[in-house]
Design a binder for this molecule. Structure first.
Ligand code: GRF
Length: 201
């Protein structure tokens, strides 16, 4: 059973590699108190747009030095966050770390897994011609986008949508739901039964 009652705010770190729009929403929701957690740091593997967003919000950002996964492990040991939130972090986390931190690392993916894992998922789904796609929030295991699913939300692809419209709608869903699911993971009990994440005691 995971998820606990707390007397003080839990800490999270957010990892990103790019634009950082999901990071920004998580950070803003934390700053305004809707996400009841403290964002201890933005961690990136290279200079990217997310850093500028962190600067504007007064959140520390850390650029991982090489080899990034050793630096990552040291940082996590140091900060000891309650949850490690991946938000567009474009690195595969080595198996020893996904095992060590299993159920502590959460990721968001812009498709309904197991369809369209990996890079460019929105484009993959669009070009495949799916009528329904969506987002998946899952725990991170050693595979690529294969960990136990925590949350999914579907979205109907309208016939007159171009790729940009689909991308915009997917990001809106992500921004709507990621912080809520992170909050739930920090406060609501859940169990893992095989691959299933089951809410409740
Ligand atoms: C999101 O679509 C997320 O699902 C995927 O990477 C993208 C990151 O976007 N893992 P942003 O950097 O948060 O804008």
């Amino acid at each position: 059973m995971y998820g606990v009652l707390r007397s003080e705010l839990p800490n999270i770190v957010i990892l990103a590699s790019g634009n950082g729009s999901n990071f920004q929403v998580l950070a803003e929701k934390s700053l305004n108190g809707e996400l009841q957690a403290r964002v201890k740091a933005l961690i990136v593997d290279k200079p990217c747009g997310a850093i500028e967003r962190a600067n504007k919000l007064g959140i520390d950002s850390i650029v991982l030095s090489k080899p990034w996964y050793e630096n990552f492990e040291h940082l996590i040991e140091d900060i000891n966050p309650d949850l490690i939130v991946l938000a567009g972090f474009m690195r595969i986390i080595p198996e020893n770390l996904t095992q060590k931190y299993f159920l502590k690392i959460v990721n968001i993916h812009p498709s309904l897994l197991p369809s369209f894992p990996g890079k460019d998922a929105i484009k993959q789904a669009y070009e495949y011609g799916v009528k329904v796609t969506g987002i998946t929030i899952h725990f991170v295991d050693a595979g690529i986008d294969t960990g136990p699913i925590i949350f999914q939300k579907s979205l109907e692809v309208k016939e007159d949508w171009d790729l940009e419209t689909l991308e915009r709608n997917i990001h809106m869903l992500e921004h709507d739901f990621y912080w809520r699911v992170v909050n739930d993971l920090l406060y609501k009990p859940y169990k893992i039964q095989g691959r299933k994440v089951v809410w409740g005691v």
